[in-house]
Design a protein around this ligand. Structure first.
Ligand code: NAP
Length: 474
């Protein structure tokens, strides 16, 4: 089925792209697989040079890439530029650090000889990526795997074909060898076939629980390793002694950044009773101050959602929440604009049996909960099938950290925004997925950690059925 780029600001169809044929997909895997064997004979320093060139290529095309993302999925132009620069930062980071991370490590062991763990590439991997960060999501998987020596086939979301192709073209033009990153437009069935292909060694998916479980099922059936970066219902906890100026300054941004379409956006605000009224008033005021408009205009502060379908899904979720007793404290009205704009909305009085309490609302809707103790705040924070990120504001940072460690998620920030940087591991627990991207942990996702034990000769006294018995006598 052809893919379309539809500008969500004005619903204009900008471009169409055809899906690849099975033969084209096979050719892409063949090229990538050939590169895998060639990369085995390359030095890591050579790859680092290439990855720095790719970072530079991305910077050179920053304006072009930013404009494509903004026109294709509606992101504010300033946010698009920030995303492009972050991609270059990630590429530079892995170019600079991969050699150190991939050094063999020696294990202190009772084994006869010297035990070392080598870190080898495993082969071609498939990355199935979402639309909300059209470039950053690709780079999170591409940069570490390029340094490891794993070529990557990219299968990006249906609504961002232009961004996906432009990014892959720029990476190639900047010096990446053919096959290092190949964007392929494919159907779900073709994704399943690619996962089953014996030349594919693993699959990384970022997306929804639905997409994640389908792709993980295919991976499981074919005994392929997978990593899943899925949704979240991240909390923003405001403790009774929090600095409210900081809280009020950050809370609305943490919800509305990227039109609220971020896996780690703050979606549930859990606020202590003594500061609840002040918090709610400020959130309303800040939500009311945003300016919807053309995302290419730097003066716009509220972007449209990425598609009509996404907006309709969010509206349905809000309607269901209200039908189940939630109160609309602000918003939930229509803008008189043709694009896919959703008015920032605040829901309160959400009981735990309201479906909203366990639903990821992927857009500019804030759920605000009042709590009367820290224990209640932590319990509510953990009342979710998700476990991705979170934010805690506390007047005492050390105490904030103690609270943070009791929240069952993969990442928590105290007294600040959530940030994604190459050296920080990114990922979640529970239905938010498994595995980590970025940092040294992310680099190891598709690495063969091969144990090699080297001795001058056998230790004939320490044998027992082929296994060394640790307490055997000399
Ligand atoms: P999605 O529907 O799961 O799509 C993500 C990707 O998976 C797209 O490329 C999609 O293709 C593909 N896909 C979905 N079902 C598939 C199947 N059965 N077989 C093969 N491919 C399949 O997710 P989304 O709703 O677009 O993205 C938003 C979600 O991603 C949110 O839940 C958000 O929290 C999560 N997310 C998580 C992270 C993280 O790092 N944890 C980061 C960003 C976003 P199509 O577009 O063609 O359907």
């Amino acid at each position: 089925m052809p893919r379309q780029t539809i500008n969500p600001y004005n619903n204009e169809v900008l471009k169409t792209f055809d899906d690849a044929t099975d033969q084209e997909i096979d050719a892409a895997i063949t090229t990538a697989d050939k590169l895998y064997y060639e990369m085995k004979h390359q030095t890591i320093q050579d790859r680092a040079k290439t990855l720095h060139m790719i970072a530079q290529g991305i910077r050179d095309h920053s304006q072009e890439l930013a404009e494509i993302a903004t026109r294709e999925m509606g992101k504010l132009i300033g946010e698009s530029k920030g995303e492009v620069e972050l991609c270059a930062i990630i590429a530079d980071y892995f170019a600079d650090h991969a050699e150190e991370f991939l050094q063999p490590t020696t294990i202190e062991s009772q084994v006869h000889g010297e035990a070392k763990v080598y870190k080898h590439a495993t082969g071609v991997i498939l990355a199935v990526e979402p639309w909300n960060f059209p470039y950053y999501q690709i780079m999170r998987v591409f940069a570490p795997n390029f340094m490891v020596g794993n070529p990557m086939i990219l299968r990006d979301a249906a609504n961002i074909p232009w961004s996906a192709q432009a990014f892959a073209d720029i990476v190639l033009e900047a010096g990446a060898p053919k096959g290092a990153l190949t964007n392929v437009f494919m159907s779900y069935d073709q994704v399943a076939d690619v996962i089953a292909d014996p030349r594919i060694q693993g699959v990384a998916l970022t997306g929804s629980e639905r997409g994640g479980s389908s792709v993980a099922e295919e991976a499981g059936k074919n005994l392929k390793k997978s990593t899943l970066e899925l949704g979240g219902q991240d909390v923003f906890v405001v403790l009774d002694d929090a600095n409210m100026e900081d809280v009020n300054n950050i809370a609305w941004r943490a919800r509305l950044y990227n039109a609220g379409q971020v896996c780690t956006s703050s979606k549930r605000f859990i606020v202590m009773d003594n500061v609840y009224d002040e918090f709610l008033e400020n959130l309303k005021k800040n939500f009311a101050a945003v300016k919807p408009g053309d995302p290419m205009d730097p003066a716009t502060t509220l972007a449209p959602m990425n598609t009509k379908k996404a907006k309709e899904k969010l509206q349905k979720q809000v309607d269901e929440a209200v039908a189940a007793g939630a109160v609309v404290a602000y918003g939930n009205e229509s803008y008189d604009l043709p694009g896919q704009f959703f008015m920032p909305t605040i829901l309160t009085n959400i009981s735990l049996d309201n479906p909203a309490a366990r639903t990821e609302m992927f857009g500019p809707v804030a759920q605000v909960y009042k709590v009367h103790s820290e224990e209640e705040a932590i319990e509510l924070a953990n009342h979710s099938q998700y476990g991705l990120g979170g934010i805690v504001f506390s007047g005492d940072a050390k105490h904030g950290e103690e609270v943070a460690t009791q929240i069952e998620t993969g990442m928590v920030f105290v007294n600040n925004f959530m940030a994604s940087l190459p050296e920080l591991p990114f990922g979640g627990v529970k239905n938010s997925g498994y595995g980590r991207e970025l940092s040294d942990l992310g680099l190891m996702a598709f690495v063969n950690e091969q144990l090699v034990v080297t001795a001058d000769g056998p230790d004939m006294h320490n044998m027992a059925g082929g296994l060394v018995t640790p307490d055997a006598e000399e």
